[in-house]
Design a protein around this ligand. Structure first.
Ligand code: BGC
Length: 255
């Protein structure tokens, strides 16, 4: 297994893409710290699934939009497992509001959960990786919308665009420490963030028609990309984004 003995933190790890990332990393032998803000029972269940795969896991309740909580999260990983090898900045939300009527509260929420958490998650994980030595991997879950406009989702696009430059700039800064910073850019994935689309047959039909592969991604099809990027096969990839979008970015505007 590619990640035996490695320790990974996954923010927003108990649902959606995060949950699949946890399982795909665990399948490769990693021990996992699962960050969550709600649904402790889902976290407990996931911890059991990781243990069933032969690895160790703990759930840590931390609101990663707050730097103090992020510090607690890193400290919990170090206390339990002694180190952090892989930091996955995955937590994310969207409001689906136009630039014309997004409120200050919506703007601040999206930017704090998506971008601020990734910035300070990167900073704090990198500090720990430098302290322990031997490099590390920081993986930012962005979106095709780090680069591609999605009308009606402006704050979200802004946050993902910020993560794009965080990945590139921090990747360059941290490369001398052998800390690789990579973005993963999914397209439309069948997760709770997209439930309203998935529950609307007309919208879902439009979305599937816009995707060259004709369907949304399964969450594990994103988790497996993260597991690859955390492993030895990705030792020379940094400061860039790997897209896993079924080709949608090359076709039409975001739906
Ligand atoms: C967004 C989805 C959107 C998809 C494709 C994702 O980043 O979260 O709402 O459907 O991109 O446009």
């Amino acid at each position: 297994m590619n990640l035996s003995g490695k320790v990974a933190i996954v923010t927003g790890g108990n649902s959606g893409i995060g949950l699949s990332i946890v399982l795909e990393l665990a399948k490769q032998g990693a021990n996992i710290v699962i960050d969550y803000v709600a649904h402790p029972e889902a976290t407990d269940d996931l911890v059991k699934q990781v243990i069933a795969l032969g690895d160790q896991a703990i759930g840590v309740k931390a609101d990663v939009s707050k730097v103090d909580d992020l510090k607690l999260l890193i400290a919990a990983a170090v206390e339990k497992f002694g180190r952090v090898d892989v930091m996955v900045n995955n937590a994310g939300v969207e409001t689906r509001t136009s630039v014309l009527d997004t409120t200050e509260a919506q703007y601040e929420k999206v930017l704090a959960i998506n971008l601020k958490s990734a910035f300070f998650g990167t900073q704090l994980a990198a500090q720990q990786m430098i302290k322990q030595g031997g490099g590390g991997r920081i993986i930012n879950i962005t979106s095709v919308h780090e680069d591609w406009p999605m009308p009606g989702n402006t704050a979200y696009c802004l946050s993902k665009g910020g993560m794009r430059m965080l990945t590139r700039t921090a990747g360059v800064e941290l490369a001398p420490h052998n800390i690789l910073v990579v973005g993963v850019g999914p397209g439309a994935v069948a997760t709770p963030i997209n439930l309203s689309t998935m529950n609307d047959p007309v919208l879902l039909g439009k979305l599937n028609a816009a995707i060259p592969m004709g369907r949304m991604a399964k969450p594990e099809e994103i988790g497996s990309v993260v597991a690859f990027l955390a492993g030895p096969g990705a030792a020379y990839i940094t400061a860039t984004t790997i897209f896993a979008d079924g080709g949608i970015m090359q076709s039409s505007p975001g739906l």
